[in-house]
Design a binder for this molecule. Structure first.
Ligand code: FAD
Ligand code: NAI
Length: 466
């Protein structure tokens, strides 16, 4: 019987980063994954394939729309959807193989099959052919991730009514795609199909998009998407959907009460959130009971049962790959007797649309609710020379700093490339930086990063360029 220091159940960003760190620290480690490939949701059906399609569709839209023509580039692009999907699949395959290589490099055993906890210190893995392997271990790390939340009354068939996985592989460009949920998945994958030619209608329960995001940023972003042709039906409750071979009839009614309406679409994407995944995991054998949402609670990744740890989407906090990765490293370091730690106040969030939305720290709504005195610095991309010359002036940067100490409390942006640029503020905030620190840091010209600096200057009231 195999004897380990750590057995990790789940091969996503949480699981594989935990495995790498454990290997680096000399712990005898196994990773158990049931889907046949490492990389989890993120690499197989999440972050990476969605970004492959966002990248390709953005270029296609630039070439087909007025953008190229305005630059003096005249082309007649033709969509080859099969090739777009094939290059996505190839990149995903390369990434998952890369993770497999990293397991070997770090001397981690990759055990293929579905893992089930069978009491403290024991994991039983059932392979595709039904064969079972027993792994004995000092520590079990649960990293089983999440799955799409179902919508009552709407059956996902992944033909006409799809979840995010189905929406990453539609066989054709829909004439009309209805997206249920104006969250990250709905707006990213809605953007992909919109750029490829679909009409896109987003039906959202709340009266705003991107709940949890700074309201001013979300409202500005909604205006930009509307300008791009998105249609929004906010404050609307979906009451049912019927699919046929031709398409879907979706009914919804105002949340505030009123008349029901029917929308016809050829495809419907349901993206109303994700829920923790713990099916068949044998939690009862160690006395762990998930909460009502299916989530396993943790205190510094400890489940409350000695030797059983939990990280990533299956536990509390934002369901983001980089959060799972950070927890993975911290959890393994704690197992190895080191001081692992994650700063949950500085976990950035990005929506990879065009323009992008990026956010870190407290929103203005949070600060108002908590009664914190703050100062605001703002800078529009229209006044940033690089963004202007590139014809990408939509959006702005907003920096929130403590009124007394000037410490940066939150940064919220919509604009070109802001998903990469937010990292500058993450570092500044990790160092306990003040807005003046960023304002007095030399930034290269001409770059869009200067807008981030100008917004910090704005906190002190000495923005130079707007
Ligand atoms: P997962 O990645 O879900 O991995 C869990 C793995 O465990 C799965 O492979 C599953 O098969 C396996 N498993 C489950 N139970 C068992 C078992 N009993 N035995 C063996 N194996 C098991 N996040 C970002 O930060 N940026 C993005 O751009 C982004 N884009 C996304 C786009 C989409 C369409 C989706 C759906 C998600 C996106 N996410 C993104 C979220 C991101 O994918 C998750 O936060 C991340 O994958 C969580 O990592 P994890 O390791 O906790 O779980
Ligand atoms: P989400 O939580 O981001 O958004 C769901 C939306 O659906 C919300 O606006 C919510 O109000 C709405 N909603 C809920 N119930 C509804 C109903 N019955 N009818 C209509 N609307 C309803 O969830 P989403 O978009 O499914 O994504 C899941 C998670 O995956 C995200 O929270 C995020 O953690 C992760 N993700 C991250 C990405 C990134 O970092 N770029 C990209 C994609 C996913």
């Amino acid at each position: 019987m195999a004897q380990y220091d750590v057995v990790i159940i789940g091969g996503g960003p949480g699981g594989y980063n935990a495995a790498i760190r454990a290997g680096q620290l000399g712990l005898k480690t196994a990773i158990v994954e049931g889907r046949g490939k490492l990389g989890g949701t993120c690499l197989n059906v999440g972050c990476m394939p969605s970004k492959a399609l966002l990248h390709a569709s953005e270029l296609y839209a630039a070439a087909t729309g007025p953008e190229f023509a305005k630059l003096g580039i005249e082309v007649k692009p033709k969509l080859n959807l099969a090739q777009m999907m094939a290059q996505k699949a190839e990149s995903v395959e390369a990434l998952t193989k890369g993770v497999e290589f990293l397991m070997k490099k770090n001397k981690v055993d990759y055990v293929k099959g579905w893992g089930r906890i069978d009491g403290v210190g024991k994991v039983v893995v059932k392979a595709e052919d039904g064969a079972e392997t027993v792994l004995e271990t000092k520590n079990i790390v649960i990293a089983t991730g999440s799955e799409p939340t179902p919508l009552p009354g709407v059956t996902i068939d992944n033909k006409r009514i799809v979840d995010s996985t189905g929406a990453l592989s539609l066989p054709e460009v829909p004439k009309h795609l209805v997206v249920v949920g104006a969250g990250v998945i709905g707006l990213e994958l809605g953007s992909v199909w919109k750029r490829l030619g679909a009409e896109v209608t987003v039906v959202e329960f709340l009266d705003r998009i991107l709940p949890g995001t700074d309201t001013e940023v979300a409202n500005a972003f909604q205006k930009i998407l509307t300008k791009q042709g998105f249609k929004f039906s906010l404050g609307a409750k979906v009451t049912g959907a019927t699919a046929s071979a031709k398409g879907v009839k979706l009914t919804h009614e105002p949340v505030a009460g009123g008349e029901a309406s029917t929308i016809e679409a050829d495809y419907v994407l349901v993206a109303i959130g994700r829920r923790p995944y713990t099916q068949g995991l044998g939690l009862e054998t160690v006395g762990i009971t998930p909460d009502k949402r299916g989530m396993i609670a943790n205190d510094h990744y400890k489940t409350g049962v000695d030797g059983v740890w939990v990280i990533g989407d299956v536990t509390s906090g934002p369901m983001l790959a980089h959060k799972a990765e950070d927890e993975a490293v911290a959890c393994i370091e704690l197992i190895a007797g080191k001081a692992g730690h994650v700063n949950y106040d500085i976990i950035p969030g990005v929506v990879y649309t065009s323009p992008e939305v990026a956010t870190v720290g407290k929103t203005e709504d949070d600060l108002k609710a908590a009664g914190v005195a703050y100062k605001v610095g703002k800078f529009p991309f229209l006044a940033n020379s690089r963004a202007k010359i590139n014809h990408e002036g939509d959006g702005f940067v907003k920096v929130l700093a403590d009124a007394k100490t000037d410490r940066i409390l939150g940064v919220h942006m919509v604009g070109p490339n802001v998903g990469d640029m937010i990292a500058e503020y993450c570092v500044a905030m990790e160092f306990g930086g003040a807005s003046e620190d960023v304002a007095r840091t030399c930034h290269p010209h001409p770059t869009r990063s200067e807008a981030l600096r100008q917004a910090a200057m704005g906190v002190e009231g000495w923005t130079m360029q707007a």
